[in-house]
Every structure is written in structure tokens, then in C-alpha cells.
Design a protein around this ligand. Structure first.
Ligand code: NAD
Length: 518
């Protein structure tokens, strides 16, 4: 590595990165694709996507707008790497995954700082997500060493030994959104390579920096072709064979769609919005054998029953609403409270939010100007429907100095309001009363989405009775965002198709055949 790239690889404080960026003439970085373990200039060097720092609104990075030939080169690299990678032993794959985990662990502050800068999340939140990225690799590294299978002896006219055998599917497209860039991309990359597949990962064009392999500045380009950083560099240092995992940058309708439709791509693991999920399903419908896992959006209910201890319930409901500025698919963005405690809950909840969720301290900006505008449009809609702004206000139309939106609690909206029904994906939560348990379940389920839900109650029988009736892939009772990586993750209804986690990820990345041996 050159002196400058070494400096970047060591940049583990916000101040350090800020000074570094301001020392550059253009104050921004340029990303490059990572194909076959090499950092590659994209084919059309005049075509970039601009990515802005959410805290300031200033240009942070230029992201390659990869075209069909870039995508094709990445898919080809993955395709060539597949025959030998798919035959490596579990132990060998496990060792490499553990090395990747160890390197990210060693560099975790570097990842956290870039993740926070790129997405706008607080450093505390970024640190949690980097830890989870490390766990993703550790979990699948050990899972594959302890896989269980089944074999049976079948006696009949012909006696057979019958057993199930799995083999890796092939090349995967791994496509992730912008809200938890490293955490979600590694949730796909780790099982993909653990189960013997190879892949092309495409992070969101809005947040690409932590997946970036080589920070190449105009000046540095002249001086060096070896500066490298972050995930691509981790793969190289971990000695992941060339082509096993490739990273390309670009937008969805261009690079993403080309990748998904490639006939060499035998599976797609996608996390993102529902509309994109529908497009991907449509784009792959003719290729019937292509594996498809779709993790989509949510509009998740938080149900607060009248037996709760408010001191315990309120922090959970508030965290579920406002963590990462409400930009987590699992956020509880519509709170329903039993009428018997409604007034007390609302008053204490609002006090708690005002005290604990403060922009610039515990709350970051939202990710981009386009997203700011989208959230603002829902707040204007709420205003036009005469919602009560219990906290927050309509943000300015043209923000200067970053994309900041106050944590907003909205009351007095009708259940048919689009503000109550559609995913806003920002620091906005609605709050409404219910009278009976039956009504609470009905309100929770009266939505096209079915990703997650939160139940706050001390009644043990209600936990099961209500929990088992909620149409949501994940139900948290008196907690939120707790995950055991072996359990199923995914949504019902419009929130997705398929599950990932443990054996469910194995289903995504392997083909299953049953052998009958006489
Ligand atoms: P998005 O659907 O706009 O984009 C997600 C990714 O898909 C990006 O990398 C984008 O470039 C790519 N893409 C867009 N069009 C494509 C196409 N036609 N073909 C292939 N790829 C394409 O979503 P977003 O705005 O980045 O993320 C926010 C959404 O993600 C929210 O709805 C949120 O709920 C959801 N999400 C879901 C989960 C989950 O696990 N269920 C987790 C996080 C976020």
C-alpha cells in the first residue's frame, strides 16, 4: 500500500477522515469496482453517480455508474471462480470466513467511521452494525462445520438408503439497500461463500463507501494503483480466491437489473423496497430455476397493552421508532396503545423522545436529499389531514447543511391515511388508541406489509395468543431487534418471499437432491 492508502486504512476517527477529505482538492473520493480481486476502473469513466454526505450535503463520493460490460466482467469472474470454489472443503471455506471476520474486527473503527459518514448514522449505531457484520462471517464459518443431514433406510419391494445431498447453486447476485450497508451486504456475502457459491455484490448507489475496495483520487491515480481499503481489501488480505466475491457499483435500473437478468446468475438475494422486489421477480420470471430471496419493506406495528410498566415499555417503543433515524426496515412506525393508558403513555412517550432523541447527538440525518423530500411529503400529507404533531415539525423545503429531520410523533390520523399505511422509512411514528385485544390484532394486520411487530405486555398468555396471530415474519415481545442468526429472517405478505438465517440461508444458496441407493 502507498503512504496515502496506508493512512486511509488507518483512519479510524471522524476527525481524521474529515481532515483527510478536506486535504483533497475536490474533497471527495472516487470508488472503483472490485472484480477478480483487482480494483477496476469502470468502462465509462465519465459516468459517475454523486453521493453526498448526509450531515453536510457536500459531495462525499463519486460512485461508478457501471454498465453492462462491467457487470458482465464481474459475472464472468464469479462464474470462472465457481467450479473450484464450490469444491473447496468446508474447513477451507470456514477458515477464510474467520479470517475475514478477524480483519474486519481488527479494522472495526475504520469501518464504523466510514459507515457513519456515508449513511449519516451515529457512530454508536455504526459500531453495532460493524459488530453484526463480523458475526455474519463468524456464524456461517462455524455453521458449515456443524451441518446436520438426514439419512433413512427404506424397506419395501426395493430397500434403499435414502439421503439428501446439497450442492452450491452457482453465481449469485447480492443486492442491498442503503440503510445498513455493511451489515446487510455481509448478511448475504457470508452465507453465499460459506455454502460454496460465488457472487457479484452490488451495494446501494446511495451508500457504497464501506463496500468500496480502493479509494482512488485523481492525484493518487497518477501516483499509485495499489491504494485499497475496506471490504475488497479485506477479501484480498483474507486470501479469498480471485473472483469468488466481486463488488460492482451502479444504479438499480442499470447495473442492478443487468446483473439480476444475467443467465449466468443462478440466484438473487435481494434486500430493498417492494417495488424493486416486484421488478426483480418480473425480470426473472422466465428463468424459473433461478433462486430468488426477496427481503422487502415493512410498516411495522407496536402494540402497547394496558398492563405494561411504562418505564420499561416506552424506551423499547421509542428505540423501535427512531433507531437509525427510523431507517430500519424493522422499525415500529405505527404505535397502537390501549385506550385505558393512552393519555399517560402519549405524554410520557413524548417527554422521553424529546429528552433522548436529539438531532446531531443521538439522532443522525436521513440518508439523502431525495429521501428527505420523500419523508417531508408524508409530513405535509399529515399536516393536510390535520394530524397533531406531538413532536417535530415540517422540515424546511430546501435544506442547507445536511438532511436533518426532527424525530416526529404524529397523533389524530385516521387508519386509512397513507401516513398510517405506507412505509415512510424515516424518523416519523404515528400513535393511535385501541379498545380491545381483538381490535389491536386487526389494526396490526390491516396493512399490506408483514415484516415485523412489537408486543408490549406483561401478560404471558397474551404474548402467545396475540403473537401467534400477527401477520409478521418477526414478532418481538418486550424487546426489539434481537436476532439469533440461526432463526428465520424475512417477511410475510408484501414484505418478501423466502427466509434467510441458518438453514434457511442454506436453502437459498444450495440445491437439494434426494438420493435413493439400493
Ligand atoms: P431500493 O429497492 O430502491 O434499492 C435497493 C437496491 O436495489 C439498491 O442497491 C438498488 O440499486 C437496487 N435496485 C434498484 N432497482 C433495481 C432493479 N430493477 N434490479 C436490480 N436491482 C435494483 O431500496 P432502498 O431505497 O435502497 O432501501 C430501502 C428499502 O429497503 C425499504 O423499503 C426498506 O424497508 C427495505 N429494507 C428491507 C430490509 C429487510 O430485511 N426486509 C432491510 C433493509 C431495508
Amino acid at each position: 500500500m502507498t503512504a496515502i492508502s496506508e493512512q486511509m486504512w488507518e483512519l479510524d476517527t471522524v476527525e481524521g477522515v474529515r481532515d483527510f477529505l478536506s486535504s483533497l482538492p475536490d474533497n471527495h473520493i472516487r470508488l472503483q469496482n472490485f472484480i477478480g480481486n483487482d480494483f477496476a476502473q469502470h468502462s465509462d469513466p465519465d459516468n459517475w453517480i454523486e453521493s453526498f454526505n448526509p450531515r453536510t450535503g457536500n459531495l462525499l463520493a463519486k460512485v461508478p455508474q457501471s454498465n453492462a460490460s462491467d457487470v458482465s466482467r464481474a459475472v464472468e469472474a464469479a462464474s470462472q471462480a465457481f467450479p473450484s470454489w464450490s469444491k473447496t472443503s468446508r474447513q477451507e471455506r470456514s477458515d477464510i470466513l474467520l479470517r475475514i471476520a478477524a480483519i474486519i474486527h481488527e479494522k472495526k473503527e475504520v469501518f464504523a467511521v466510514w459507515e457513519s459518514l456515508d449513511q449519516g448514522k451515529t457512530l454508536a449505531r455504526a459500531r453495532v452494525e460493524v459488530e453484526r457484520a463480523i458475526s455474519n462471517f463468524r456464524y456461517f464459518a462455524t455453521y458449515i462445520l456443524h451441518e446436520e443431514g438426514s439419512a433413512r433406510f427404506v424397506d419395501g419391494q426395493i430397500s434403499t438408503l435414502t439421503y439428501e445431498h446439497r450442492s452450491p447453486v452457482g453465481v449469485f447476485a447480492l443486492i442491498s439497500p442503503w440503510n445498513m450497508p455493511l451489515y446487510l451486504l455481509t448478511w448475504k456475502i457470508a452465507p453465499c461463500i460459506a455454502f460454496g457459491c460465488t457472487g457479484v455484490a452490488k451495494p446501494s448507489e446511495v451508500t457504497s463507501v464501506t463496500a468500496f475496495c480502493k479509494e482512488l483520487f485523481i492525484q493518487i491515480q497518477v501516483k499509485s494503483t495499489h491504494s485499497s481499503l475496506v471490504l475488497g481489501e479485506v477479501f484480498r488480505q483474507a486470501k479469498l480466491p480471485a473472483g469468488v466475491m466481486n463488488l460492482i457499483f451502479g444504479d438499480g435500473p442499470g447495473a442492478g437489473s443487468t446483473l439480476v437478468r444475467s443467465p449466468l446468475v443462478r440466484g438473487v438475494s435481494f434486500t430493498g423496497g417492494i417495488r424493486t422486489g416486484i421488478t426483480i421477480r418480473r425480470d426473472t420470471v422466465e428463468d424459473i430455476g433461478k433462486h430468488l430471496s426477496l427481503e422487502l419493506g415493512g410498516k411495522n406495528p407496536t402494540l402497547v397493552f394496558d398492563d405494561v410498566d411504562l418505564d420499561q415499555a416506552i424506551p423499547i417503543a421509542a428505540q423501535a421508532a427512531f433507531e437509525n433515524s427510523g431507517q430500519i426496515c424493522l422499525c415500529g412506525s405505527r404505535i397502537y396503545v390501549h385506550r385505558a393508558i393512552y393519555d399517560r403513555f402519549v405524554s410520557a412517550f413524548v417527554d422521553y423522545v424529546k429528552k433522548n432523541y436529539r438531532c446531531g447527538e443521538t439522532v443522525g440525518p436521513v440518508v439523502s436529499l431525495a429521501h428527505y423530500d420523500k419523508i417531508r411529503s408524508y409530513l405535509l400529507q399529515a399536516q393536510s389531514e390535520k394530524a397533531t404533531f406531538l413532536t417535530g415539525e415540517i422540515p424546511v423545503e430546501i435544506p442547507t447543511g445536511g438532511y436533518w429531520i426532527e424525530p416526529t410523533v404524529l397523533g389524530d390520523l385516521g387508519t386509512e391515511s397513507i401516513v398510517m399505511r405506507e412505509e415512510i422509512f424515516g424518523p416519523v411514528v404515528t400513535i393511535a388508541p385501541f379498545d380491545t385485544e381483538h381490535e389491536a390484532i386487526r389494526l396490526a394486520n390491516d396493512n399490506p406489509n408483514g415484516l415485523a411487530s412489537i408486543l408490549l405486555t406483561r401478560d404471558g398468555s397474551r404474548m402467545r395468543r396475540v403473537g401467534e396471530q400477527i401477520d409478521a415474519g418477526l414478532v418481538w415481545v418486550n424487546c426489539w431487534l434481537v436476532r439469533e442468526l440461526g432463526t428465520a429472517f424475512g417477511g410475510m405478505k408484501a414484505s418478501g418471499t423466502g427466509r434467510e438465517g441458518g438453514a434457511h440461508s442454506r436453502d437459498v444458496f444450495t440445491n437439494l437432491r434426494t438420493l435413493h441407493i439400493r
